[in-house]
Design a protein around this ligand. Structure first.
Ligand code: UDX
Length: 446
């Protein structure tokens, strides 16, 4: 099938590349000419395992093209995906201006019947707005210019997006007509050969499914973090509690890891937007608000532990703190809403110097913070520790899990670790004479 994808951001690029990979003829279009030029030169603007190969082989095969030519993109295909950003506006609501601008472009250049697929994460009711915009732009033009608007949310995890797309748990299609359902069925047929993973529903339910999935996952994280904080105060061990509750298949082991709070481009934004949707219709949604509040507080817990260990915020002035891991989670260079940022900014505010290392997010961190006297990006994980007063682990990259503790002890000024991801074993650190703070577990002293 011929397909057009509007937006070459994270979602659009993965969607376009993966749909090309199963044999569709895909055109990706973006208003950012520089981005399109880079993509045409084979440069992938994001760090996403496997994506570069998928893009390269499909560009070489001629199944994937990048363009800024909107008219060409609209006339290329019957199916038009909208995969542009929906950043939060000042009020926390998802800003739809890019989505509606694409709808307008499609409407203006439309020459025959189209299926317009909304892939961006958008509040419930947005597909109706896209429909209204298309109607509006089409005005009195003939009925052969009819169109369908479909909601087809994505469920891609950063760092695993290519695999998630190619091997989906489910494909959600919110459609109002048989025609739209048939077109979407044909489009996703290559993913459904072993068994059909598609769930068809009405458009609004599909839109809400996306928010409900992310809010449910975020709730699990805020819940375990709340219990972790309680465990610390009650003298219990959250890792034992996690194992204990996860054994119940109704709870399960996935997504109940305590830590520094969730970050990234989805959970914080989507939980906030869902809360906003609820308040817009006059519904009080205390659970959703609490998920966000618990998460915001969780992001400050590690700083509080550091500060209280050293004897208060003022005692941090002039200290050097090493940070391992900057990205909001492993296998990505994404720094959006990363808990490490909250920590680093609090350390600076207290007058401390930060020496940080992350396997892939260094360039992105440098871009965000620029040159500062109180910030050093170290060349590797051990050199980050040189004469530092403590190490803080913010992201659980594999390469941090089994480090050479002797080398660490030699480099650090003090054998002191604050572990925001519980990646080390307290017994082992105690035996080796470390002071060790983690999440939801008693501190360890030598
Ligand atoms: C998420 C959803 O998983 C995905 O389905 C959706 O499409 C987009 O949002 P992503 O933002 O890439 O994907 O990250 P994810 O792997 O879900 O992690 C989100 C955050 O939760 C990270 O900051 C992670 O560190 C944190 N997390 C996750 C925990 O703190 N504990 C856990 O047990 C799991």
């Amino acid at each position: 099938m011929r397909l057009t994808i509007f937006g070459t951001g994270y979602v659009g690029l993965v969607t376009g590349a993966c749909l090309a990979d199963v044999g569709h003829q895909v055109v990706c279009v973006d208003v950012d000419a520089q981005k399109i030029a880079r993509l045409n030169a084979g440069e992938i603007p994001i760090h996403e395992p496997g994506l570069e190969d998928v893009v390269a082989r499909n560009v070489a095969a001629g199944t994937l093209e990048f363009t800024t030519d909107i008219e060409l993109a609209v006339s290329h295909a019957q199916v038009q995906f909208i995969a542009v950003g929906t950043p939060p506006d000042e009020s926390g609501a998802a800003d739809l201006k890019y989505v509606l601008a694409v709808a307008e472009s499609i409407g203006k250049s439309m020459d025959k019947r189209k299926v317009v697929v909304v892939k961006s994460t958008v509040p419930v009711g947005t597909s109706d707005k896209v429909r209204a915009k298309l109607r509006d732009v089409l005005g009195g033009r003939g009925s052969d210019l009819d169109f369908d608007v479909v909601s087809n949310p994505e469920f891609l995890k950063e760092g695993a997006a290519v695999n998630d797309f190619l091997k989906p748990d489910r494909i959600i299609i919110g459609a109002a007509t048989d025609h739209a359902r048939e077109v979407m069925k044909e489009l996703y047929e290559p993913f459904n050969r072993s068994h059909d993973r598609t769930i068809y529903m009405d458009v609004r339910s599909a839109e809400l499914t996306k928010y409900a999935a992310n809010a449910m996952l975020a709730t699990k994280i805020s819940f375990i973090n709340e219990i972790a904080n309680l465990a610390e105060l009650l003298g219990a061990d959250i890792e034992e509690v996690r194992r204990g509750i996860g054994a119940d298949p109704r709870i399960g082991y996935h997504f109940i890891y305590p830590g520094l709070g969730y970050g990234g481009s989805c959970f914080p934004k989507d939980v906030q937007a869902l809360g906003r949707t609820a308040s817009d219709i006059g519904y009080d949604a205390p659970l959703i608000a609490a998920v966000e509040a618990v998460n915001n507080r969780q992001k400050t817990t590690i700083f509080d532990k550091i500060s209280s260990h050293f004897g208060g915020k003022s005692a941090l002035a002039g200290k050097t703190i090493a940070v391992w891991g900057l990205a909001f989670k492993p296998n990505t260079d994404d720094m959006r809403e990363a808990p490490a940022r909250v920590l680093i900014e609090a350390l600076w505010d207290a007058g401390a110097k930060v020496v940080a290392y992350d396997p892939v997010a260094m360039a992105e961190t440098g871009r965000i913070y620029g040159q500062r006297d109180d910030f050093v990006l170290a060349k590797d994980k051990y050199s980050a520790l040189e004469d530092a007063d403590a190490l803080v682990v913010c992201t659980e990259w594999q390469q941090f899990r089994a480090p050479d503790f002797e080398e660490m002890a030699e480099r650090l000024a003090t054998k002191l670790i604050f572990d925001g991801r519980n990646i080390f074993a307290p017994d082992r650190l105690k035996r080796d004479g470390w002071t060790y703070f983690s999440v939801g577990r008693a501190p360890v002293y030598p």
